[in-house]
Design a protein around this ligand. Structure first.
Ligand code: ZN
Ligand code: ZN
Length: 654
């Protein structure tokens, strides 16, 4: 044996955890799952370019363990060392890799006949495993261009893929097998040239089998693989005559899945490849799904654009003045003093603190100020009640205000402060006169002191209404006409101020807007002379495309343009792309292909063509509003959109 028993054990343990058959594994299983690092970490030894290469011999041996070992090594090599894994360099290797897939295909057909598809025998299970692994090795190798060319020219390659594609129900039975075959096909597709559809030659790749897979599969990975393979094959200039318009239906069905970028990209690329063929684009106009497809593509354009709102300030320059209510410290009223002076300490200090100070998170008060205020307030009455010492007053603060804290802030000169308290504010003029009686045109004296609540004020006002009917309202400047006392009692309720000022609306700015030219300081002596202020903020808002569009947008737009040109031929002829035109990396359509197809048309086809154009034009008319909402950063692409809008605008005007 060429390898140690230790490595054998390693191998079998690597496989013990693997699923018994790939049929139960998801089709999207990453190809790397077979990779196991060999204990010797050296792969070079297995790449000996001789006919007696150990892996080739093992593959051909037909011994299950030998084959498993060789395929594991090859999967590892082709994946990890793909850049120097040259199939052609090892004589007989490519042939050996086709052994198991072909055996599997034969066995599958036989089982199909016996209706035993989903119950493989032990021998066919290992055959299926070897076949899938062989395909995986081929698929990995095909990613290297030299290998792809070598495989394409190998007599068994294309027939094997064609056989796999034609196996009935293979997508459900062994999705992994089909998936690797499709990926192999993608690597080879750029070389595939199909004979003309009407030629007597058999088609090497049955496109109808690919169409069937696209139509029936519910496997997203499989859909991407099929669309990609079809795109690559039909992109070849010689194969355009094979395009079938009905084959894009599965791709159109996935367009709403716009968040799945890989699937969307594959579907859009395929739709574009088909519609690039002018007869296909004409035929598409007659299909029932055309209007909804156009709408979906425009919606996609709109949905994918990252937009931002731009604001341009307009209007005259302005300045703002901050409006701040002047905060005045609370001072003891006569009433307060009469209450406080006779009190005993320490109750007096607590009452005084609560009257003059309040809790305020983050505020601070120096201990000296605090003590001085206390001392100045009560020293004149020291003969009635002795003052507390400073230390005790400071200590009492933390009792009166549990959240406050007497502390020393370190620094060059340490600061002694009390945290979290501040002086109470004196009620503002507005607060003090809030419930003032303004009867008799502001001349009512009403005891000199304002009322403290709307109820008190109303009770007082009712006293004014003790008069002859009908009476007029005498509140301030009110012009309410004379009416019955009952009505007037209702009316004066409208003059009562709310118990507290309504809170400022959050959107109300804290400043007042002034014209920048008016430089006189506020408040003005004569506010009536102030020129009307400009609006606080005048801006023009509009949305623009923020960044360049993703590639799916470009493909969607290219598809729309193809459909547009089919529906509006005069726009297509006006600026038909020339030889040097930017083709966004897509291959040129040979002029002969389009002309040949066009030549086949007879009179009946002309009528159908006219009908198609009418339907296409209607489809674009119906998305006109949607189109006007599309914004792209690229000016040339925006020009295409503008052209579509103007085209349907022109029809609407006729
Ligand atoms: Zn009054
Ligand atoms: Zn009134």
């Amino acid at each position: 044996m060429s390898y140690s028993t230790e490595y054998r054990a390693h191998l079998s343990s690597a496989y013990r955890g693997a699923p018994p058959a790939a049929a139960t594994a998801p089709a999207a299983a990453p190809p790397r799952r077979h990779v196991v690092s060999p204990p010797d970490a050296s792969e070079q030894w297995y790449l000996e370019p001789t006919p007696s290469n150990r892996m080739v011999l093992a593959l051909r041996s037909g011994i299950d363990d030998e084959v498993s070992w060789a395929l594991l090594r090859l999967a590892n090599l082709s994946n990890e060392h793909g850049h120097r894994f040259n199939l052609a360099a090892i004589p007989g290797l490519t042939d050996a890799l086709f052994l198991w897939p072909q055996e599997f295909i034969a066995a599958y057909r036989e089982e199909q006949l016996r209706h035993a598809l989903f119950a493989p025998t032990t021998s066919s299970a290992s055959c299926q495993k070897h076949a899938v692994e062989s395909l995986l090795v081929l698929r990995n190798a095909s990613l290297l261009e030299t290998n792809a060319t070598h495989l394409f020219n190998h007599s068994r390659m294309i027939p094997t893929i064609a056989d796999i594609l034609s196996l009935p129900d293979i997508a459900d039975a062994y999705p992994e097998f089909l998936y690797y075959a499709l990926e192999l096909l993608q690597s080879l597709a750029p070389n595939v040239v199909l004979p003309a559809p009407d030629s007597a030659d058999t088609q090497p790749i049955p496109l109808s089998a690919l169409y069937d897979i696209a139509k029936t599969t519910t496997d997203r990975t499989m859909l991407i693989a099929v669309f990609s393979a079809l795109t690559l094959i039909l992109s070849h200039p010689s194969n355009v005559s094979h395009t079938q318009i009905s084959s894009i239906s599965p791709a159109i069905l996935v367009l709403p899945l716009s968040t799945d970028t890989p699937l969307l990209t594959a579907a859009l690329d395929y739709i574009f490849t088909v519609l690039m063929h002018p007869p296909a684009a004409k035929a598409f106009l007659l299909r029932l799904e055309m209007p909804s497809t156009v709408k979906m593509l425009v919606a996609l354009l709109k949905a994918e654009q990252p937009e931002e709102i731009k604001e341009i300030p307009i209007g005259p320059p302005i300045r703002t003045d901050q409006v701040e209510a002047k905060r005045e410290d609370y001072v003891l009223t006569e009433e307060d003093k009469q209450r406080l002076i006779p009190m005993a300490e320490p109750e007096r200090s607590f009452d005084w603190m609560g009257t003059v100070f309040e809790f305020s998170a983050g505020a601070e008060q120096t201990q000296v100020t605090f003590w001085t205020l206390y001392r100045d307030t009560f020293t004149p009455y020291a003969d009635q009640q002795p003052l507390l010492p400073a230390a005790e007053i400071i200590k009492n603060v933390t009792i009166a205000f549990p959240q406050s804290q007497a502390m020393v802030l370190p620094g060059d000169t340490p600061r002694f402060i009390i945290q979290n308290i501040r002086r109470r504010a004196r009620p503002s003029e507005a607060d003090r006169t809030r419930f003032k009686c303004r009867w008799e045109r502001e001349t009512c004296q009403a005891g000199g002191t304002p009322f403290s609540s709307p109820d008190e004020l109303y009770a007082h006002l009712l006293g004014h209404l003790d008069t002859a009917e009908p009476a007029a309202c005498a509140w301030g400047t009110c012009a309410h006409p004379a009416t019955s006392l009952a009505n007037l009692r209702g009316h004066i309720l409208t003059h009562l101020p709310p118990p507290v000022d309504p809170p400022k609306h959050p959107s109300q700015p804290s400043g007042i807007t002034l014209s920048a030219s008016q430089m006189t300081p506020e408040p003005l002596a004569n506010p009536i002379a102030r020129e009307p202020p400009p609006p606080p903020k005048t801006t023009l808002k509009y949305s623009v495309a923020r960044a360049h569009a993703p590639s799916t947008t470009l493909t969607a737009l290219l598809i729309l343009r193809l459909v547009f040109h089919a529906a509006f031929p005069r726009y297509a002829s006006a600026d038909a792309p020339g030889e040097d035109d930017e083709r966004f990396g897509f291959p040129e359509i040979p002029a002969s292909a389009g002309n040949a197809a066009a030549g086949e048309q007879d009179g009946g086809a002309d009528a159908a063509e006219d009908e198609g154009e009418r339907r296409g034009q209607r489809a674009f008319e119906s998305v006109r509003t949607l189109l006007t909402g599309v914004k792209l950063a690229d000016d040339a692409l925006m020009g295409w959109i503008a052209e579509m809008i103007s085209a349907v605008g022109g029809i609407g005007g006729e």
